[in-house]
Design a protein around this ligand. Structure first.
Ligand code: BEZ
Length: 252
């Protein structure tokens, strides 16, 4: 994963992330009692939603800080610390579910993650997921790129946002059959007057490692946010230009 989480702020200010995940859970077609792995479970909000649906839910995440929150909030759920691109389960599961995670994994590590998921699933098991798809946050990253270049820096895009075609090909190569795929816009309201700047500070960390001073960092974020005001500040609220890729595949 390309991030070190500020776990408490994420849990408090970005609760829309798991909120939207409930409609992804609805794609699962499995009996109550089926085993479901929540891959990249974060603070466990959706692992709990899976449990409430009657599934035997387990969460896996790399972040010890987020898992501490998950374990404290949901002590009756099993949470495992692990890397989504390098994990094995003691028993295969009926379903692997994931929300808002895979864009954090570099393109060249995606096949490792898909191999782990394939191994973790029973034959005919379901793989149901959503993450940032092609064109996700294009306006925000475009504005950051222009602000970086004004300060003489090159903006390295830290996320992987594939098309349906590219991701379906990866899935098929790994031994999955794609049953459902959709790419759709989901303009998303951000919290508070500094919503867009807070979003950038929370989620866009690695490109700023080359920026030399804290003052320059702050100026770049200010410039990008001001450049986006016309497009993304609507009726007194900030929005992010999300695009989602949502898929369901079955292990052959
Ligand atoms: C997303 O959920 O699409 C996303 C969130 C933060 C950074 C990048 C993508």
């Amino acid at each position: 994963m390309n991030i070190k989480w500020d776990a408490n702020k994420y849990t408090e200010d970005f609760s829309f992330v798991p909120k939207y995940g409930n409609s992804v859970i609805a794609l699962i077609d499995a009996d109550k009692g089926s085993s479901v792995l929540d891959l990249g479970c974060g603070n466990g909000a959706l692992t709990k939603a899976l449990k409430d649906k009657g599934y035997l839910a387990t969460g896996l995440d790399a972040s010890g800080e987020l898992l501490d929150i998950a374990k404290e909030k949901y002590p009756d759920i099993d949470f495992i610390q692990g890397d989504a691109t390098d994990f094995t389960l003691s028993e295969p599961v009926d379903v692997v579910f994931s929300n808002a995670v895979f864009h954090w994994i570099d393109q060249d590590r995606q096949k490792n993650m898909l191999r782990c998921v394939h191994e973790a699933l029973k034959k005919s098991g379901q793989f149901v997921f959503e993450f940032g798809g092609h064109g996700n946050n294009q306006k925000i990253h475009g504005a950051l790129k222009r602000a970086f270049s004004e300060y003489g820096y090159c903006y390295e895009m830290p996320f992987y946002f594939p098309t349906i075609g590219a991701y379906a090909a990866l899935l098929e190569k790994t031994g999955f059959e794609v049953h459902f795929a959709v790419l759709f816009d989901r303009v998303t309201e951000l919290k508070g007057e500094s919503g867009l700047k807070d979003w950038i500070h929370m989620f866009v960390k690695t490109p700023f490692s080359i920026v030399q001073t804290e003052q320059e960092k702050a100026e770049i974020v200010d410039k990008a946010a001001e450049a986006l005001r016309n497009d993304l500040f609507i009726n007194g609220k900030w929005y992010a230009d999300y695009v989602r890729i949502r898929m369901k595949a079955v292990r052959l």
